[in-house]
Design a protein around this ligand. Structure first.
Ligand code: NAD
Ligand code: 0WE
Length: 264
């Protein structure tokens, strides 16, 4: 029996088979969870419906997280299918492309800052409100995806780093708010992975090269490896864990200097 047997999970953020959310869906399904998916816009709908069918799910709902109306309609539709929810996965980020090019101070604009924070940080809290209402009386778990750029200055990550810092603080405040209701809230901080969101970034290849030189494991992580940790954190096996940022990055975050660089 899988460790997520009888759990119902809502997964937001599948855009392709390379999406981290898709790695999480695979691990959760393998462990016995029933899955529901949201998609950002009509362009993505047929794709997400097709992927959902392969993990025995026919609950595929529209939800642009920039809209409170769409979030409300999505939870209303979900409540029509499920009488409760155990797991929320938030795997969504966006900043206008121009914000992710060049130096932070030059790239930053008020509109870009606001858009990045709304879609990449506030949306987790917005989804948490609707999800918590469906988790009453169950041992609920919420999970989001973050990146080391929240803590360390990364060339080009720019306003996304600020939004991830806010998202990580949200994990702690949501964990404190929801703890009394038996709901846990955590994040996985993933190492760089070539997904749609990453391939939109100039110089991603070079950054991957720097990462691979310093990372103790000597290689990048996969969506399957992120999925396994995400599934564990959302399961009763992690019943004592909340408010945590869990690194799935091959150890990159704790290194002070690259061993491979010195050996060159
Ligand atoms: P992805 O492009 O596959 O997923 C990003 C998702 O965000 C897409 O499904 C997209 O539809 C969704 N999205 C964007 N704006 C939205 C909106 N307004 N409403 C609803 N959905 C919206 O890329 P990914 O790498 O799987 O990204 C998932 C998460 O993982 C993001 O939070 C990202 O910051 C994080 N992350 C990625 C990496 C990496 O290197 N790929 C590393 C660490 C963390
Ligand atoms: O969170 C991310 C990227 C999120 C992202 C990606 C895009 C590309 C297309 C947000 N908004 C947009 N907007 C677009 O128009 N990552 C963790 C991947 C990533 O992005 C970087 C990285 C890494 C890793 C940017 C600079 C440096 C490293």
């Amino acid at each position: 029996m899988g460790f997520l047997q009888n759990k119902r999970a809502l997964i937001a953020g599948v855009a392709s088979e390379r999406s981290i959310a898709w790695g999480i869906a695979g691990a959760m399904r393998r462990e016995g969870a029933q899955l529901a998916f949201t998609y950002q816009n009509e362009k993505l709908r047929p794709r997400v419906e097709k992927y959902a069918a392969t993990v025995d799910s026919d609950i595929v709902l529209p939800c642009d997280v920039a809209s409170d109306d769409e979030i409300a309609a999505m939870f209303e539709a979900l409540a029509g299918r499920w009488d409760g929810l155990d797991i929320l996965v938030h795997s969504i980020a966006f900043a206008p492309r121009e914000e992710l090019e060049g130096a932070y101070l030059e790239a930053a604009t008020r509109a870009g800052f606001n858009a990045a924070h709304e879609v990449s940080a506030y949306s987790f809290t917005a989804l948490a409100k609707g999800a918590a209402a469906m988790m009453e009386g169950r041992a609920g778990a919420m999970l989001t995806l973050t990146y080391l750029g929240a803590l360390r200055a990364m060339p080009g990550y720019n306003v996304m780093g600020l939004a991830k810092a806010s998202l990580e603080a949200s994990v702690r405040y949501l964990a404190q708010s929801l703890g009394p209701r038996g709901i846990r809230v955590n994040a996985v901080s993933a190492g760089p992975i070539r997904t749609l969101a990453a391939s939109g970034i100039g110089g991603f290849r070079k950054m991957m090269g720097f990462f691979e030189q310093a990372v103790p494991m000597g290689r990048g992580v996969t969506i399957e490896e992120v999925g396994n940790v995400a599934a564990f954190l959302c399961s009763d096996l992690a019943s004592g864990v909340t408010g945590e940022i869990c690194y799935v990055d091959g150890g990159f975050n704790m290194v002070g200097m690259s061993e491979r660089f010195l050996e060159q």
